[in-house]
Design a protein around this ligand. Structure first.
Ligand code: ADP
Ligand code: MG
Ligand code: MG
Length: 909
């Protein structure tokens, strides 16, 4: 047996791993290896696999160190050889970074430590070796800061409190009377190191470790631990990343962006992550390291000249000041810029997707530290997919598979009403970090954003800058506003990933966390005040602003056409009104898969007629009341048929139990008695009579039509008459009459007979006919089990997976809120089965129902109309079992169309 390989090395254009080994090496590790293989300059290092993370969680730190010690020691020797220096040596030291990196990128969620290998002696050696003591001490203080936080756990004491290290930095800066970190001298930095170490000792009771190997093992363990920190855990849940995956650890020789004016660090995107525009862009800082650019501590500069000029306009910086204080990399270091430009082209062409890269310049030499497929907004996702297709970089199938269906949702979100926005007052301008329109009440803390939203409020999260700790608050806020940070700041990147409106770096804002105020030009805004953000322009407005529906771009249309070209299933919509029908049709719905009729009994004075029917003593009385409802229903159907002309419309007969139509409160009962001229007692008696212990399993669905056939008769008549009326006007209709809650084929037969007899009667009366189908909803497990018999007569099936899930699991949907979250937390269920179809269990009922139905009637039309019809993984399942269509709410139609096309493509591959 060959030994398990746990460590993969890379460096000097060679690597043991490659890009498609993400599962084992994590995204970062796999791409570091791949960049070596394609000749991009990357500092040498090695990756400890994600499998070791799993072992770590089972065996603990000590045992795992023993498992990997040999391989790690050898890998370090390899790094030393390539760097011509020695790890832990005080004359010629080799420093490393220790970086997390999961399969799926989780930016900033886990921990990274830089400059590892330093202590009081090594720092002197580094100073001597480089001839740059300031740099050596700057690196040392950064190391203590990161290690002290991540490994030793020295963190802010409360949410209002400052980071303890930043507090010390501010202290020293104040004492020395300097403003920027870069103005601190070597002696100041030395002072910082000493105060940092005292703080660590004081608060953790531990000495700062001086041995390089001890430091390394501590850091490796901390990175493994960070896989389970609360923010990583939350991010995983948000993005459906399995807990079992684990993170890899990358150990890599340091290159230094903090060596002076010919050094720097930056972040870049090969295309615009917000809009998708094919424009190289990014930010950098001179004499800086690691996360300085994204942390929002200094104002970053733009990489390209064009980007810099655009930024200056937004930031209201004059051209003179821009050139003096914020020149682009293109202007400042033209040669490096050229090389970076060529490298980003090379990487995009290699990966055939927009790349998000991290680089460092050490004394005029460029190094790449990371590349990955960049996070992007929904709009950018669509544009980039279509552009790459048109540029011939990818084929149609790949373009479609690049779309995350759920992200299309963002494109359908409201934008500001043009007129309202012209009346509004602009308070400040920041950077357009993530597009969209947001209106909400100001909150300053992430946990409070969650609380406020929990009580039904809508909020804008306002922060000096955001950190990964703020994720939950960002997720629930309508928008995010920060005073500091650029287009690549944490807030900006995360917001774009979430498709959330964000304005970053609005420098005019003075935010006081303790007082919970935001001050702009002397005007004070308190927690709870309303503001609005335009994430596409960077404008911040006072007050609430009205919104409207967005218009969709040409690329969106192209994408949808492409989806239709590759799909097999069609997508219908669940719609009960002409308005919804039109919206859905505009989004490409090919008919209605579920038109519920109950609301037709509720609105306005219809409820009175309905109640009359319910209270009637006998069939004659009921028929009289139903007479009143007939013309109203007919008119409703005409409206819907007209909106969906030439496309099928599935109408479900009345489903809910009758008690839902009578009032249960004393007050309303009295009002009803007055209206109907009867006594309250009569009403109360009826309500009592209708009372059920389990209404969901009670007198509803076809059971109503069986006990009161005249209801089904009236509805069938309304449908057929409406269709005939439209035919007269030259409008073609395709009604599909659907009988709900069938459990036995006898139920179906009884209802079908009523419908067909009624239709024949109407055809005779009118001397004209139309085509129509009669089918059923499959939502009771017994119906799925006996589908072959039901299909003897039913012309179509529509799986009502809401009820099928409810009855298959035996979970009351309305009560499941009490236990489902616990089930999901404990891992008993992966998802809420009312949102994501349970393919393992309920899916069997769907598959069996379809097969059995088609065994009797090979051309049986089959669809789904539960909530699952708009959920991508469930849509894929529907494709696999051979459904003809899925049906979902109007705004999810585009999502389902993409999911259906993706299912067809994956099926072929
Ligand atoms: P994240 O996963 O949060 O992006 P990274 O592991 O990429 O964290 O590290 C953050 C930053 O630290 C990188 O962007 C890079 O600038 C810097 N960094 C990491 N390793 C090195 C290294 N070996 N040399 C120089 N800078 C490094
Ligand atoms: Mg990174
Ligand atoms: Mg149902």
């Amino acid at each position: 047996m060959s030994k398990v390989k746990r460590v993969y090395t890379f460096g000097n254009k060679q690597a043991e791993g490659k890009a498609d080994m993400k599962n084992l090496l994590g995204g970062k590790g796999a791409n570091l290896a791949e960049m070596n293989l394609i000749g991009v300059p990357v500092p040498p290092g090695f990756t400890i696999t994600t499998e070791v993370c799993t072992e770590y969680n089972q065996l603990g730190k000590e045992k795992v160190i023993e498992l990997i010690r040999d391989e790690v020691e050898k890998a370090i020797v390899n790094v030393e050889r390539l760097m011509k220096s020695k790890f832990g040596d005080s004359e010629n030291p080799c420093l490393v970074s220790v970086r997390s990196g999961a399969r799926a990128s989780m930016p900033g969620m886990m921990d990274t430590i830089l400059n590892l290998g330093l202590n009081d002696e090594v720092v002197e050696g580094l100073a001597k070796k480089t001839g740059n003591p300031r740099f050596a001490w700057d690196s040392y203080r950064r190391f203590i800061q990161m290690y002290g936080d991540v490994v030793m756990g020295l963190k802010p004491e409360s949410k209002e409190a400052q980071d303890p290290f930043e507090e010390i930095i501010d202290e020293v800066k104040a004492e020395k009377g300097v403003e920027n970190d870069t103005d601190l001298t070597r002696d100041d930095l030395k002072e910082l190191v000493s105060r940092f170490k005292s703080a660590v000792k004081e608060q953790t009771g531990q000495d700062f470790p001086t041995d390089a190997w001890e430091q390394l093992w501590g850091a490796v363990a901390a990175v493994f631990d960070s896989w389970n920190n609360p923010r990583a855990d939350y991010y995983r849940k948000l993005n459906n990343i399995p807990e079992e995956w684990g993170t890899a650890v990358n150990v890599q020789a340091m290159v230094f962006g903090n060596m002076g004016d010919t050094s720097g660090t930056g972040v870049a995107f090969t295309r615009d992550a917000a809009t998708g525009e094919n424009l190289f862009n990014g930010e950098y800082l001179i004499n800086a390291q690691g996360e300085d650019v994204v942390a929002g501590i200094r104002t970053p500069r733009q990489i390209t000249k064009e980007g810099s000029e655009r930024w200056a306009v937004l930031a209201q910086v004059s051209e003179e000041k821009r050139l003096a204080d914020y020149p682009s990399l293109e202007e400042q270091m033209p040669e490096i810029y050229r090389e970076l430009f060529d490298t980003q082209r090379k990487l995009e062409t290699h990966y055939r997707d927009m790349q998000d890269l991290e680089f460092t310049i050490q004394e005029g030499k460029l190094w790449l530290l990371q590349t990955r497929n960049g996070k992007r907004t929904g709009a950018s996702m669509v544009k980039i997919a279509i552009d790459l297709l048109e540029e011939g970089m990818i084929d149609e199938e790949t373009a479609l598979l690049r779309i995350e269906p759920n992200k299309l949702d963002e494109l359908l979100h409201p934008v500001f009403d043009m007129e309202a926005i012209q009346q509004a007052r602009v308070l400040a301008k920041g950077l357009p970090a993530s597009p969209g329109a947001a209106t909400g009440q100001i909150v300053f803390f992430a946990d409070e954003a969650e609380e406020w939203v929990g009580t039904g409020k809508q909020v804008v999260l306002v922060r000096v800058e955001t950190s990964p700790e703020d994720l939950r608050g960002m997720n629930v806020a309508k928008g995010i506003l920060t005073a500091r940070g650029g287009m690549t700041s944490h807030a900006a990147v995360v917001a774009r990933g979430m498709g959330k409106c964000c304005v970053s770096g609005a420098g005019k804002l003075k935010i006081d966390y303790k007082a919970r105020t935001m001050t702009v030009d002397g005007q004070v805004f308190k927690e709870g005040d309303w503001i609005s953000l335009n994430g596409s322009t960077g404008e911040v407005y006072e007050g609430k602003i009205a919104t409207m529906d967005p218009s969709l771009s040409g690329d969106f249309g192209k994408l949808m056409d492409l989806a239709d070209k590759h799909t097999r299933m069609s997508v219908r919509t669940n719609a009960d009104t002409p308005k919804d029908s039109k919206v859905a049709r505009n989004f490409g719905a090919r008919g209605i898969g579920l038109c519920r009729t109950e609301h037709m009994f509720f609105e306005g004075d219809r409820i009175t007629a309905m109640r009359e029917m319910i209270l009637a003593a006998d069939e004659k009385g009921r028929r009289k009341a139903l007479e009143k409802l007939l013309p109203i229903q007919r008119e409703d159907f005409e409206g819907i048929f007209e909106a969906m002309h030439d496309l099928p419309v599935t109408i479900r007969l009345l489903d809910p139990p009758l008690h839902e139509f009578v009032p249960h409160e004393e007050e309303n009962q009295q009002e009803m008695a007055r209206d109907m001229g009867i006594t309250v007692e009569e009403i109360r008696a009826k309500v009592e009579e209708l009372h059920e212990f389990n209404p969901m399993l009670g007198h509803r669905g076809c059971r109503l039509g069986i006990t009161y056939p005249e209801i089904s008769e009236m509805q069938a008549r309304a449908i057929i008459e409406a269709a005939l009326n439209l035919k007269k006007k030259g409008i073609r209709t395709l009604p599909e009459i659907m009988i709900p809650l069938i459990g036995t084929h006898q139920e179906f037969k009884i209802q079908e007979d009523i419908i067909r007899n009624t239709a024949e009667k109407v055809f005779e009366e009118r001397g004209d006919r139309i085509e129509y189908l009669v089918g059923t909803m499959i939502e009771i497990p017994r119906a799925a089990l006996t589908a072959d018999k039901i299909a003897e007569r039913a012309e179509f099936f529509s799986f009502g997976t809401n009820d099928l899930t409810q009855m298959g699991f035996g979970y009351s949907r309305d009560d499941s809120g009490k236990f489902l979250p616990v089930y999901i937390n404990k891992g008993i269920l992966k998802y809420d089965p009312f949102q994501v179809l349970d393919q393992e269990g309920i899916g069997q009922l769907v598959e069996m129902g379809t097969k059995k139905g088609r065994s009797t009637r090979p051309d049986l039309k089959v669809g789904i109309c539960g909530e699952h019809g708009g959920e991508p993984s469930s849509v894929e399942f529907c494709h696999r079992v051979g459904m003809n269509y899925v049906s979902c709410s109007p705004y999810r139609v585009p999502i389902a169309r993409i999911a259906a096309a993706q299912a067809a493509i994956k099926d072929k591959q």
